[in-house]
Every structure is written in structure tokens, then in C-alpha cells.
Design a protein around this ligand. Structure first.
Ligand code: HEM
Length: 480
């Protein structure tokens, strides 16, 4: 009987002690765990649709600013099937883009990723991203692009001549040609410019699919864009083969990609070339379009820029040099003020890769996080009287993390110096040789997806009379 009760008691004690251990562990771990954090304030709207209609049925900036007014600089919403946290303070933007950037990966709609190519720089973090970034930066830093000034100048002169005396129906569309050609030259040098018409033709079909449904069925926009992408891939493969056969040294981005010591595959090179064209063209063209508008709206600023530009080449009538482009501080302030006020990229997207705590709120894993560049640029506490076009506000460097025209942190724009150069060179010739006027009502904004003046800004462009070139005062007579 005794033996029986001991043999019964042993398993009981065994299981009881395991149960006790589990109980103690669970008590200790719940004791150490943080209390559950609240989500940021805001509403998620209807199931699945969320607040998509509220955002896209009117100027998106009205949606953002009404939310900021109601909830403050961090709030939650639900857009295009995704729960999002939007942030509109410089500190929060720094947290997402700089200090904790490893916790937030870049994210794009699936269709765009397929059309650009999934090896493109935008979609990556970590080692592969920093390898690509070094290669891109190396090709677009001042010491790499300073030898390109005269080539860019030739493109700018030819481009403006092609518009002389014309009624330009859509300035943005025309400027896309200029920024596209500059991008191609920076990627391939002058060598491969004979491919530019074919590259342009394919790219124009490809880009039509960027904002379409990613439905790869015959007849759909997306299907046509995918076909154009394959053709583009074929042209790029030809260029790669020709370069390999010639075995010469070039000084352009393609050379940098092809001769990297760890090597990039052809697929990686193709995706990144398409990606750079995407990043370089519409951005630069829309900033230029806004500058054309703001200068026309602000004759005093236009006069001051023209005088600065005339001063640059006053003594010797010759072509521009890199050093000349460093003597254009006012024109550079006009570019910065345009980037601020127009905020062509109103916001950017990231995705939390784990639960993140910010200022006592939970940003759950998988949620999109959107730093709202435009709201920061239009915050009157940071930029007083924010809707006034006033380049002089950039006479002093803005406070850190408040000016995000080229982004911030590890994904900030590696093409900043190139775009600055091509804009300065174009403005040099535009202001010293041309005068222009806006056609029609010019105060609307359209988003496509970059912010643009209504209808791409129709203008009349005329060459100034020879006797008025290089003089002060009223901007010349109509000579064309
Ligand atoms: C005025 C013209 C331009 C503006 C306003 C602009 C703006 C920006 C911004 C705001 C970002 C950061 C986006 C984010 O954080 O999600 C960015 C990224 C980028 N830009 Fe630009 N950009 C311009 C021109 C260019 C040009 C000319 C090039 C190429 C030569 C270029 C190449 C890129 C690339 C490759 C990235 C992604 C970088 C990365 O993910 O590491 N951009 N740009």
C-alpha cells in the first residue's frame, strides 16, 4: 500500500513542479513586460477602403492639414487597404528616416516594383542598398559631374532653341525631354546617345503603367508597359554587350555599375538604370516647371536672378564652367525655396519592420509610415508666412530636419548635385536670353503623382532682342 502511494505521488510531484515553473516564468515575464501602448490618435475609416476617398477626392494636402489640426503631428489612418501612421514634425521625420531608419523599410505599390524592377535601389535596405548607393553617389558627386557642364549646357541651349517663339502648351512635358536627355547622358555618357530615341519611346510607354492596376493581361495598360520594359531591357542588353566587346574606360554611371569589383548582374544593372531614369526625370522637370511659374509671378526675384546670371559671364562671353555654376547663390536659393513651397514630393512611404514605439505610441509591425514633407515645409513655426515665395529665407541654413526637398537619411537623394547643376545651367540661359509669360489662369495644382502647376503650365516663350541681352531693365522686346 505504501509502495503504491509513493509510486502514485512521484508523477504528481513531477508534473506539479513543471506547472509551478511555468507559472513562475509567466508571472516573471508579464511582470517585466511594458504595458500595451496605445495606437496614435485618428480614425481608420471604413473596413478595407479606410479613408482613401477622403484623401484622393480633393487636394491631398487638405486631408493632411485637417488631420494635423485635429490630432497633432502623429496620427493614424487607413489608405489603399493599408493602415498608416502619418507624421508631420521634423523630429518624427528624423526618427523614421535617419535615427531609426533600420526599423522602417521603403515601400512602393507592387505594380511599380514590377515595372521598375525589384533589384532597383529604392526597394532595398542593408548591404546591397549601400553598395548601390556608393556607386550612384560616386557618379553624381561634384567631382564626377563637373566635367559634364559643357555637355549639359549644349543640351540646355538646344532645348530652349527648340521652343523659341512657340506657344508652349505644356511646359512640364517639354522639360521632361530636357531632364530625360540629361539623365541619359549622365548614365551612358555621350557614346550611347544614339539609343536615346528608342530608350525614350519605350520609357514613355513604360511610365504610363506606373499608376495602373498591376494586371498583366493582354490589352491592359500594365501589360503594354511590361512589354515596353522588356524592349527597354533588350536595348540595355545591347549597350552592355557593345561595352564589353570594346573594353574601354568610360566615366559614367553605367561604367561604375559594370566595373564594380563585387560585380552587379545584368538584371541588377538594368533595374537600376530604369530606376535612375524614373528618379531623375519627372522630379527635375516638375521643379523646373515651378521655377518658371514662380519667377513669372515674382518679377523682382526674376530681375535679381537675371542680374546674377548676367554677372556670371559679364566679362567674357564664353560657355559656362563648373566654377561659374558655384557663383549663383541667389539662383540656388530660388531652387531651394521652390522645393520648399511646391514640395513636389508631398510625402514618402516607409513600412515598420517590427513594432516600434514613438513618443508613447505604438507603430505596429507592417503598418505604413508616411513623413509628410509638405506639412513640415508649410509649418509657419518653421517657415514663417509659408505660402509666400521668398528665396531670402534660405540666406541662412534652415534648422536641421526641416528642409526635406531631397529627403533625409540613408535614402536621401543621391542625384541632388546633378539636378542642381542641370537646373542652374538651364536657368542661366533662360533668364539671360528669354522672356516668358504665363497663359491662362495659373493657380491650380495637379498631382501626377508629383505636384505640378495646372495643365503643366502653358507659357509663351520669346527670345530677347540682341540689343537687350546683357542689359538691365525691362526684359527685352519680342524678337521671335
Ligand atoms: C530636383 C530634382 C529631384 C528631387 C526633388 C529629388 C528628390 C528626392 C527625394 C525626396 C528622395 C528621397 C525619397 C525617400 O526618402 O523616399 C530621392 C531619392 C532618390 N533620388 Fe532624387 N530627386 C531629384 C533628382 C534626382 C536625380 C537627377 C537623380 C539621379 C541622377 C535622383 C536619384 C534618386 C535616387 C536613386 C533616389 C533613391 C535613393 C535611395 O533609395 O537610396 N534624383 N530623391
Amino acid at each position: 500500500m505504501e509502495l503504491f502511494s509513493i509510486s502514485m505521488a512521484l508523477p504528481f510531484f513531477f508534473f506539479f513542479s513543471i506547472y509551478l515553473c511555468l507559472l513562475i516564468r509567466s508571472f516573471l515575464s508579464s511582470y517585466g513586460r511594458r504595458p500595451k501602448l496605445p495606437l496614435p490618435p485618428g480614425t481608420l475609416g471604413w473596413p478595407y477602403i479606410g479613408e482613401t476617398f477622403q484623401l484622393y477626392s480633393r487636394d491631398p494636402n487638405l486631408f493632411f492639414s485637417s488631420k494635423v489640426k485635429r490630432y497633432g503631428s502623429i496620427f493614424k489612418t487607413h489608405i489603399l487597404g493599408c493602415p498608416c501612421v502619418m507624421v508631420s514634425s521634423p523630429e518624427a521625420a528624423k526618427f523614421v528616416l535617419v535615427t531609426k531608419s533600420h526599423l522602417f523599410k521603403p515601400t512602393f505599390p507592387a505594380g511599380k516594383e514590377r515595372l521598375l524592377g525589384k533589384q532597383a535601389i529604392f526597394f532595398h535596405q542593408g548591404k546591397y542598398h549601400s553598395k548601390l548607393r556608393k556607386l550612384v553617389l560616386r557618379s553624381f558627386m561634384p567631382n564626377s559631374i563637373h566635367s559634364r557642364v559643357s555637355d549639359i549646357e549644349t543640351l540646355a541651349i538646344d532645348f530652349l532653341r527648340s521652343l523659341e517663339g512657340k506657344s508652349v502648351d505644356n511646359t512640364f512635358l517639354e522639360l521632361k525631354t530636357y531632364s530625360f536627355t540629361v539623365a541619359l547622358m549622365s548614365i551612358f555618357g555621350k557614346e550611347e546617345m544614339k539609343y536615346s530615341q528608342d530608350l525614350k519611346r519605350c520609357y514613355y510607354v513604360l511610365e504610363k503603367g506606373y499608376n495602373s492596376m498591376p494586371l498583366n493581361l493582354p490589352g491592359t495598360l500594365f501589360h503594354k508597359s511590361m512589354a515596353a520594359r522588356r524592349e527597354l531591357g533588350g536595348i540595355l542588353a545591347d549597350i552592355l554587350n557593345r561595352r564589353r566587346q570594346r573594353q574601354m574606360k568610360y566615366h559614367d554611371l553605367l561604367d561604375s555599375f559594370m566595373n564594380h569589383k563585387e560585380g552587379l548582374t545584368d538584371e541588377q544593372i538594368t533595374d537600376n538604370i530604369i530606376g535612375i531614369i524614373f528618379a531623375a526625370r519627372d522630379t527635375t522637370a516638375s521643379v523646373l516647371t515651378w521655377i518658371v511659374k514662380y519667377l513669372a509671378d515674382n518679377p523682382t526675384v526674376l530681375q535679381a536672378v537675371t542680374e546674377e546670371q548676367e554677372g556670371v559671364i559679364a566679362e567674357k562671353r564664353r560657355s559656362l564652367t563648373w566654377e561659374d555654376t558655384r557663383k549663383m547663390p541667389l539662383t540656388w536659393r530660388v531652387i531651394q525655396e521652390t522645393l520648399r513651397i511646391a514640395s513636389i514630393l508631398s510625402f514618402t512611404f516607409r513600412e515598420a519592420i517590427e513594432d516600434v514605439e514613438y513618443e508613447g505610441y505604438l507603430i505596429p509591425k507592417g503598418w505604413k509610415v508616411m513623413p509628410l514633407f509638405r506639412n513640415i515645409h508649410h509649418n509657419p513655426d518653421i517657415f514663417p508666412d509659408p505660402t509666400r515665395f521668398d528665396p531670402s529665407r534660405f540666406e541662412h541654413a534652415p534648422e536641421p530636419n526641416t528642409f526635406l526637398g531631397f529627403g533625409n537619411g540613408i535614402h536621401s537623394c543621391p542625384g541632388k548635385e546633378l539636378s542642381k547643376l542641370e537646373i542652374l545651367v538651364l536657368l542661366h540661359h533662360l533668364t539671360t536670353k528669354y522672356r516668358w509669360s504665363l497663359k491662362g489662369s495659373s493657380n491650380g495644382i495637379q498631382y501626377g503623382p508629383f505636384a505640378l502647376p495646372q495643365d503643366g503650365l502653358p507659357i509663351e516663350l520669346h527670345r530677347k532682342c540682341a540689343q537687350n541681352l546683357g542689359t538691365r531693365g525691362p526684359l527685352g522686346l519680342n524678337c521671335t
